[in-house]
Design a protein around this ligand. Structure first.
Ligand code: GLN
Length: 305
């Protein structure tokens, strides 16, 4: 596995000049686009990594999976009164469907849906920022995980679009807490910094029927694990979820920091990172790495079981 990861990174390195780092969050525009890393953790405990797999990056929308898991843990199926689990077919920060669908976001992995989930969690936790940070520290097995406050502040300064989504949902009665307070929690979650190794480890429970590999803690039931994987497979890459299913064939979740996590149910959790994005806001080289890896190893949730 180690040798395979290294050879795939060598193959895709010439592409590192392509794509564009997210610049609508100014603090992310300064990230060096030539970084590339990948980490794979097997449910047998094996870890393989290559390139910049230990370099922390801004997890951005990958945090939406952690927030969803938190909300499922304390609200269960009731969360679906507030949002759907249908792919949106629209950009991650789009507002168009919200107006037509009475302020009910399509899924938890677009910004509007993640803001509703953050609103649900805001009502539940006395300190949502700390409870999320602590959850990520436990899941990554890394007590040093912190949010990059320069990124969080930069997102807050440029919050217009996310604020517009939250106020639109509030106007439909689908937002219960103070918008500014929830936005700050949400940006803080997005600004958490973690490496490919951290994230591959953190998502091992989704490859392991809901049980965290290193702690043995039950994070979700086997059924809930399948459901989260299903939402990742259908909505984890926004309007590119279909392309991701076609090219990679695994449940996945991307972020505008350039990370993509993917799950081979029962077998592996993996994370790839390269900061330059394609027009859908997904890591351009990260997609290539995952496509090559899954093709070589025959990994796909659409393959015969
Ligand atoms: N923090 C980012 C935003 O709200 C997350 C978007 C993303 O990673 N797709 O715009």
């Amino acid at each position: 596995m180690q040798a395979l990861l290294e050879s795939i990174l060598d193959e895709v390195r010439p592409l590192l000049g392509q794509g564009k780092v997210a610049d609508y969050i100014p603090a992310l525009a300064t990230v060096d686009p030539h970084q590339l890393g990948v980490a794979v953790i097997g449910t047998d405990g094996s870890l393989s990594q290559a390139g910049d797999a230990d370099v922390p990056f801004s997890i951005q929308s990958i945090s939406k999976v952690f927030s969803l898991v938190q909300a499922i843990t304390h609200q269960g199926e009731a969360i679906w009164d507030r949002l759907g689990h249908e792919p949106s077919g629209q950009a991650f920060n789009s507002l168009v469907q919200l107006e037509f669908e009475q302020g009910r976001p399509r899924n938890p992995f677009i910004n509007a849906g993640a803001l509703v989930i953050a609103d649900i969690n805001e009502s539940r936790y006395a300190a949502p920022v700390l409870s999320m940070r602590d959850m990520v520290r436990k899941l990554t097995d890394n007590p040093h995980i912190i949010a990059d406050m320069v990124v969080a502040d930069s997102e807050y300064q440029h919050r217009s679009r996310n604020a517009a989504a939250a106020y639109l949902m509030q106007s439909f009665g689908n937002f219960h807490n103070d918008v500014d307070t929830v936005l700050k929690s949400y940006f803080h979650h997005c600004a958490l910094a973690a490496s490919c190794v951290d994230l591959a480890r953190a998502f091992s429970f989704l490859a392991n029927q809901g049980r965290c590999l290193h702690s043995g803690n039950v994070i979700l039931s086997p059924r809930q694990t399948q459901q989260v994987n299903a939402i990742m497979a259908t909505s984890g890459l926004y309007d590119e979820a279909g392309n991701f299913a076609y090219r990679v064939g695994l449940p996945g979740k991307s972020g505008v920091g350039g990370g993509i996590v993917a799950i081979v149910p029962g077998r592996y959790s993996l994370c790839v990172w390269s900061p330059a994005l394609n027009p859908s806001g997904n890591s351009l080289v990260g997609m290539q790495v995952l496509e090559k890896l899954t093709e070589r190893l025959g990994w796909s949730v659409f393959a015969p079981v």
